[in-house]
Design a protein around this ligand. Structure first.
Ligand SMILES: *Cc1c(COP(=O)(O)O)cnc(C)c1O
Length: 362
């Protein structure tokens, strides 16, 4: 098919699996088609017979997987003649909604928890011209507010409660299957509001129903220790973690996440902020991948499970090569403050050849 605009986003590639009609105006920034990178380091860490891959979703147009869902949500909003959209956000949903709304030419309103969103994400929402309101409260409170507003006024909710978001986001599982030739044995990912684990699981099940793959993965989700409502089994009133994208105490897709876990024979567990930051640095230093802290929760989870013998024990029962995919949900440039707090500052030296050579220690 010749595409005169050279657009080749997730709607163009996976239209037959999406609720798109010939009347849907397609709003795209060429999202998706992100790399699935083989990790030699993590594969070796797991041992013989394991292949670990990293799905680098930070390379989406606004720097997170949210774009996959937003292209569908904004296209459908436009089809339904919406004049405005609204979302609550820990940052990346607002970055994505504001960019796709700018492209669509519709008004975008975002509610963010005051003081709790990463600088890169805030910059994005502001530069794309959204109405950005910093709410004195956390994400869960902001989400309740936008649910109420969108129920009462003509403004479309584009949080992952909007089913079109889930539809778009499931395309990431299609890409993984297309790249590997089948589903992986395990998929590991961070869990916040739980829309993404819901979307991936839906995608895998649909691809299997279409005969595109033979097996389904076990879904392994990780929440931050201080923001782990699903693991603890109750709402967390004041969730805390440095991984702001998953700082959520009452996930909207809680039940669906449990369903994905249980139907797939997987698990949802916690990782500490320290484990997250260790994985964050490891990805940067060993893989050349700069991700935001929440994204590192997947690799932190992999390392935790390896340490407790999860892959060698009872869940094994697998023949041949075992494939594991970790989802790296967002780009490291989103949260430069965290990076600067995590690394040593550059050493200051005299503008002098000898002084510099001494530091390089060749
Ligand atoms: C939104 C987001 C998450 C959490 O995804 P949910 O669908 O809310 O579970 C994780 N990482 C990043 C970078 C995100 O933007």
């Amino acid at each position: 098919m010749i595409n005169p605009y050279n657009y080749w986003g997730v709607i163009a590639r996976y239209k037959k699996y999406l609720p798109i009609t010939n009347r849907t105006p397609i709003i795209t920034l060429n999202e998706g088609n992100t790399p699935l990178l083989y990790s030699e380091y993590l594969s070796n860490l797991l041992g013989k017979g394991f292949r670990v891959y990293l799905k680098y979703e930070g390379l989406n147009p606004t720097g997170s997987f949210k774009d996959r869902g937003m292209t569908v949500a904004i296209s459908k909003a436009l089809e339904e003649k919406a004049k405005a959209v609204i979302c609550a956000s820990t940052g990346n949903t607002s970055a994505s909604a504001s960019a796709y709304s700018a492209k669509a030419g519709i008004k975008c309103v975002v509610l963010i928890p005051e003081g709790a969103i990463a600088l890169g994400k805030l910059s994005q929402a502001l530069i794309h011209g959204a109405i950005v309101l910093a709410v004195r409260g956390n994400f869960d409170i902001a989400l309740n507010l936008v649910r109420e507003i969108s129920a009462k006024f003509p403004i479309t909710l584009v949080n992952s409660l909007n089913p079109y978001r889930i539809e778009g986001q499931k395309t990431a599982s299609f890409e993984i299957c297309d790249a590997l030739g089948d589903a992986p044995d395990f998929q590991i990912m961070p869990v916040g509001n739980a829309g993404n684990i819901t979307a991936y699981w839906k995608g895998y099940k649909e691809y299997k129903a279409f005969g595109k793959i033979k097996k389904l993965p076990r879904m392994l989700g990780f929440q931050a220790e201080g923001a782990a409502p699903i693991v603890k089994g109750h709402i967390i009133r004041n969730p805390q973690t440095i991984a702001t994208a998953i700082r959520i105490g009452n996930p909207a897709s809680w039940k669906q996440a449990e369903l994905a876990r249980d139907e797939s024979g997987g698990l949802i567990d916690t990782v500490s902020d320290k484990q997250i930051l260790d994985a964050y640095r490891l990805l940067a230093v060993k893989e050349g991948l700069f991700v935001e802290p929440a994204s590192a929760a997947s690799v932190a989870g992999l390392i935790k499970l390896k340490k407790i013998g999860y892959f060698g024990g009872k869940v094994q029962g697998l023949k041949g090569i075992t494939t594991i995919v970790c989802i790296l949900t967002g780009h490291g440039l989103k949260d430069p403050d965290r990076t600067i707090k995590t690394v040593k500052p550059p050493k200051i030296v005299q503008a002098d050849l000898k002084a510099i050579l001494k530091e390089i220690n060749l």
